[in-house]
Design a protein. Structure first.
Length: 323
């Protein structure tokens, strides 16, 4: 495993982090038993992963806590989150604090390393910053949070509007989570230059998801983009993309290429991997630890795909939607 400093924090995080949400939620949404999910977290530890990202909305905090029980607390990094809206309304700071306390209870921990405000939309950011952040700062002073974080909501904010605006205005957060992948590269121009400049830790979500793991869905998406004039017709067959990434780029599969692409993007600190399978976990970590794709292929990917945005950002489950 390789480790990287998370922005300007003192955290040294594994470049591959275990995402405990997504469509799998450590296998809990795909029929795995609680014991199997706990073992998956332990297996990630065995593979050198020290960064674990969960959330109240995922329903996996207790699993993470049970899996990490007995590990030296300073040897693991735990990131969790609270949604900021309920029934379409931004909730009060004391409710966020209640969510934090519940997370700590489920995790069986005295503090979390990163506490994110989850899936914040641009229209809600000003109120969240004014009303919620001061409450979290007090919790940080009390030792319940080491670092404040915020995550965007890619399905509802493909242009990174919230982050792009917030990063330029006395940004109080030390860590962010942002969507970025082969066919959704626009964070390169609107987000990463600022996070690099200001030393903000950056977690990458949506590096693969369904768009690259389901080849039928990928081909359908490519064909739609070609029909709408957003892609050259040469990409209407998924085999063309596969040829570029595998034959010319040196990747083993499209998924392998997608993880390597995200991992080696300037500005990416930790790439989150979501799975319910040890085999997938091992394969995906192996991809993240590989060298970058061929430089000429990277140039083609930037030339032909960098203008795309919002591709493959579908929601995993309704539970995390914002109104």
């Amino acid at each position: 495993m390789e480790y990287i400093q998370l922005g300007s924090t003192e955290i040294m995080a594994s470049v591959a982090g275990l995402g405990c949400g997504g469509s799998s939620r450590l296998g809990t949404s795909t029929g795995r038993s609680r014991e199997q999910s706990i073992n998956l977290v332990k297996q990630a530890l065995d593979l050198g992963v020290n960064f674990f990202d969960t959330a109240g909305a995922y329903g996996t905090e207790e699993i993470v806590g049970l899996a990490l029980k007995g590990e030296p607390r300073d040897s693991v990094i735990v990131s969790t989150k609270s949604l900021v809206k309920k029934d379409g309304q931004v909730i009060a700071g004391h409710e966020i604090m209640s969510n934090l306390e519940n997370s700590l209870k489920l995790l069986k921990m005295d503090y979390v390393d990163v506490f994110h405000l989850h899936a914040v939309l641009a229209g809600d950011y000003a109120r969240v910053k004014e009303e919620v952040v001061p409450v979290l700062v007090r919790a940080q002073e009390d030792g319940k949070i080491r670092h404040l974080g915020i995550t965007e909501s890619p399905p509802f904010d493909a242009k990174h509007t919230m982050l792009a605006e917030a990063l330029e205005k006395d940004f109080p957060f030390e860590v962010i989570m942002v969507g970025f992948h082969l066919m959704h590269q626009n964070a390169r121009s609107s987000v990463f230059p600022v996070t690099l400049r200001d030393g903000i830790g950056t977690l990458i979500m949506f590096a693969v998801r369904r768009i690259f793991s389901d080849l039928v869905y990928l081909e359908s998406s490519l064909q739609d983009l070609c029909r709408n004039g957003l892609l050259s017709s040469k990409y209407s067959d998924v085999k063309a993309l596969e040829k570029l990434l595998v034959e010319r780029g040196g990747a083993e599969t499209i998924i392998d290429a997608a993880y390597r692409f995200a991992r080696h993007e300037s500005g990416a600190d930790v790439v989150l991997v979501g799975t319910g399978s040890r085999a997938h976990l091992e394969t995906n970590i192996t991809s993240i630890l590989k060298a970058p794709l061929d430089s000429e292929v990277l140039s083609v990917l930037r030339r032909d795909l960098a203008h795309l945005e919002g591709v493959g950002l579908d929601l995993p489950q309704k539970k995390c939607t914002q109104k």
